[in-house]
Design a protein around this ligand. Structure first.
Ligand SMILES: NC(=O)c1ccc[n+]([C@@H]2O[C@H](COP(=O)([O-])OP(=O)(O)OC[C@H]3O[C@@H](n4cnc5c(N)ncnc54)[C@H](OP(=O)(O)O)[C@@H]3O)[C@@H](O)[C@H]2O)c1
Length: 209
């Protein structure tokens, strides 16, 4: 999937949540390929505040360079608490969740009243136990997106809308896929190990002879 295609995908997730410029956005699993584009697209579309999560403190710089206003290291900080502290106790307007499991449940508690939580990825788990009190008392909206399962008409609308915001940002290189390393195809096994151990800071490009 190219950067422009993924950028349109991120726009679809923000659109599903009813995103408007100036709103605050939480992005979990933000160092993932689509998470990093989510951070950049949210900022390019005028997000007032982007809070990004990672499990690796070493990736804080990567997230800040992508445009995150603050970074939550999930192994060291409580996600809900950290987001509430960063938003004057209110929570974010929109949470884009790429992790699933109990991170998804924490997103509900970190989202302000009338906000929206979008289920995008399941880097951790596809199952989650959520607190219905958080959902009900805060009048939250939950929605899911899956680009591969989008109906043609919906996909067309997202791609058409992408021409007004994300695609110019991709063309202007304000949105791009960060590159970790460029390697020879012969090193593919080592590259897979680097990816599986979460060491990569962005994409790894394999060049064929
Ligand atoms: N809805 C859709 O249309 C759509 C489209 C594309 C992908 N997805 C889904 O979105 C997710 C991200 O995909 P991707 O290809 O962009 O991922 P990726 O680039 O492979 O993401 C790797 C990073 O994810 C984080 N991670 C890995 N396992 C984790 C876990 N158990 N808990 C929390 N974080 C974890 C690690 O970052 P840290 O070291 O920073 O913690 C790791 O470096 C996947 O679940 C994928 O299936 C959904």
């Amino acid at each position: 999937m190219c950067a422009a295609h993924r950028a349109a995908h991120r726009l679809g997730a923000l659109a599903a949540a009813g995103f408007q410029a100036g709103q605050s956005v939480l992005i979990t699993g933000a160092t993932s390929s689509i998470g990093l584009l989510g951070v950049q697209i949210a900022k390019a579309l005028g997000a007032g505040q982007v809070i990004a999560t990672t499990g690796s403190s070493a990736k804080g710089t990567l997230l800040r360079e992508a445009g995150a206003d603050s970074v939550v290291v999930t192994g060291e900080q409580d996600l809900t608490q950290a987001v509430l502290e960063a938003t004057d106790g209110n929570g974010v307007d929109i949470a884009l969740d790429h992790v699933g499991g109990q991170t998804f449940a924490a997103c509900l508690l970190a989202t302000r009243a009338d906000g929206a939580v979008v289920a995008i990825g399941r880097l951790d788990q596809a199952a989650s136990t959520i607190g219905l009190d958080a959902l009900s008392y805060r009048h939250l909206r939950i929605c899911g997106v899956s680009f591969g399962f989008s109906r043609a008409a919906k996909l067309g609308a997202v791609l058409a809308a992408a021409g007004h915001g994300p695609l110019p940002a991709v063309a202007g290189r304000r949105v791009r896929a960060p590159i970790d390393t460029r390697e020879s195809f012969k090193t593919a096994a080592r590259v897979v190990t680097r990816l599986r151990s979460h060491q990569a800071h962005g994409k790894i490009i394999l060049t064929a002879p």
